[in-house]
Design a protein. Sequence first.
Length: 292
Amino acid sequence: MDSTIWDKAAATRQTAEADGVLESLATELTICHEGDLTFHLRQLSNLKRKHTQQASVEGKDHFNPFLPHEEAMYVNCVGPKHKLLLNKFNVLDDHLLLVTNQFEPQQSILNSDDFSALTRCMFPEPCLAFYNSGKRAGASQSHKHLQLIKLPAESHRLIAFQKELSTLHDEVPRELTSLPFKHAALALPREIFHSRTLAIEEGARLLQHLYNRLRMTLGIEASSGIIESPYNLLLTWEWMMMVPRTDESSAGISLNSLAFIGSILVKNSEQARQLEAAGLTQTLRQVSSQSA
């Protein structure tokens, strides 16, 4: 994948918008504070439109939006086993899906092919990558896919917990006392994305090794290539974090990987008030496993 990945994505998005096939979701952003933590609460304003569009296709048995994919969403191939698609129902403009060409379950362990494709996508420009492993981790589709969002120049505008995560300084998995949920996190070696001498495949192998180190730290094991325990994985150029999950939602509010960087999406103002009343930190604690 060359350095034009986001240029290609922007061109694809522009065409899809002009043709009326991209269903972007408008939101209102509220900044909330609890203790020392900052949260980004995004409230949808056109959720009904999304549900209407999805209902027309998801009523079909075994519906899979990635096989075949909608041609207007296609950005590029990434190696022999993956493709890059626009997120059809996007909240942020620069939101892409890294999808396996052939069906693999979303609860499959991330393998060397996945990390090779992911490294190729992440190498050109800083971005946030994340993976919702299973329905209880917030996955809405059963076909294996990772997600990428291009980071703004000021990364805290996307990653509300940037200050807390920036304290990670080595490759030893640890739980940050500043974050109120069960997790394991580590700093990524700078050479993976900053070095021009380290080959992409070498960087991918190192990412896979550190991913497995986090799994072992949390006791998240695979059997025949499948991980039954739901978890969220997030990473940038600087760090990687894994969060074990017990529940997909709290009080009817769905939470995926982005909740664990402090970014929570709600349907309406009632849900926003409900979350704030319950406590944002308490909500994250409630849906993440409390035992390693």
